[in-house]
Every structure is written in structure tokens, then in C-alpha cells.
Design a protein around this ligand. Structure first.
Ligand SMILES: [Zn+2]
Length: 198
């Protein structure tokens, strides 16, 4: 009995030490990514992001969204990490070659994710990990939100930039997933919006 108690104590201690090491490793990793990712480019993206929040995404005005440049990530152009306290918006180094309108469109798409995510819970993200249709819907609704907000022309610029500068694999994924809107669909939706608002 005593032996068993001792064993479970050791096990608990090992789990605790293991979790501590894992947490430390994750923190060190993110700290290094963050310190490298905070530079003159991320500052510019942060300014555009803050302006978009103020003018368009007002539901996010009380959220802290931290923009970093993420050089470990080349296939896509940006991502929205829905962590609970400080939200991270990562932008690929290839976006340095995008024009101002394309950058605005890209950031608007990511902010639409953060906005839509406010209505989602952890179970949604578990489904998101395994279900292609959920992923497709996740991207489509973000693109649609950007257009709804009158920022469709910037979204179109960002898609043009992706096509010009993206890797072939990322483009194939972009359109085969059925999620992201193609240039034609974006143009149609912008036209429909203009017809309806006139
Ligand atoms: Zn997206």
C-alpha cells in the first residue's frame, strides 16, 4: 500500500515536472518568435490593423490584437491565432512584397476571423482541425464579411498578390478547399452589394 502511494506520488511529480518543462519550452519558443516578429514591418501592419479595428471592426475594439511577422510560415500569407488573452495575427515575410491595398485586404480577412470567432467555442475549433468543410466555411465567411463591410476591393488586391507571389501549393489549396472566394466570386459579390445599396 505504501509502495503504491509512493509510486503515484512519483508519477504525479514527474507529470508536474514534465508539464513545467513543456510550458517553459513553449514560452521560450513564442518569446523568440515574438521578439523576431516585432520589427519595422509588423509595426506598419499593426498600424493598419488598428485603423481597420477603429473604422470597421468595432466589435474588436476592446481586444488586444498583436501583429507579428512570422518567418517560419511560407505557404499562406497570414493567420489569426485565437488564443484567449492576447490574440496573435501573424504575417508571412513574403507580404513585404504586397502593395498597401493588398496588405489591407489581407489584414481585413484575418480580422474577420477574429470577429467571427467571438461566436465560436472550443468544440468548433476541434471540428475545424479535422473537418475540411468546416475549414472551407471558416474561410468563406471571413471573405464574405470583408466584402459586406465594403472592403472587397482590398480583398481582391490581396488575392491578386497571392496569385502573383504565392507558392503553387498554397494557391491550389486556396481554391480546391472551396472556402476562399475566387477573384470572379469576389467581383460578383462586390457588384451585388453595389446594386443592393443603390
Ligand atoms: Zn483565413
Amino acid at each position: 500500500m505504501k509502495e503504491k502511494l509512493k509510486k503515484s506520488k512519483t508519477l504525479r511529480r514527474n507529470i508536474l515536472i514534465g508539464s513545467g518543462i513543456a510550458l517553459l519550452a513553449a514560452t521560450t519558443f513564442f518569446a523568440s518568435v515574438y521578439s523576431r516578429g516585432k520589427n519595422e514591418y509588423s509595426k506598419e501592419y499593426q498600424t493598419i490593423t488598428n485603423e481597420l479595428i477603429q473604422k470597421n471592426y468595432t466589435t474588436l475594439s476592446d481586444k488586444k490584437i498583436n501583429v507579428i511577422e512570422w518567418d517560419l510560415f511560407h505557404d499562406g500569407s497570414a493567420f489569426a491565432l485565437p488564443t484567449p488573452f492576447v490574440k496573435t495575427l501573424g504575417v508571412s515575410t513574403k507580404v513585404r512584397n504586397y502593395n498597401d491595398d493588398a496588405i489591407k485586404g489581407l489584414l481585413a480577412h484575418e480580422l474577420a476571423h477574429f470577429e467571427n470567432n467571438q461566436k465560436k467555442n472550443v468544440f468548433y475549433f476541434i471540428r475545424w482541425m479535422f473537418d475540411k468543410d468546416v475549414k472551407a466555411e471558416y474561410e468563406r465567411t471571413a471573405d464574405e464579411r470583408v466584402i459586406e463591410m465594403g472592403l472587397g476591393k482590398y480583398l481582391l488586391e490581396s488575392v491578386e498578390a497571392d496569385i502573383k507571389l504565392g507558392t503553387k501549393k498554397s494557391l491550389e489549396e486556396r481554391y480546391s478547399s472551396g472556402g476562399y472566394l475566387s477573384r470572379e466570386k469576389i467581383k460578383n459579390k462586390i457588384n451585388n452589394l453595389n446594386i443592393n445599396s443603390n
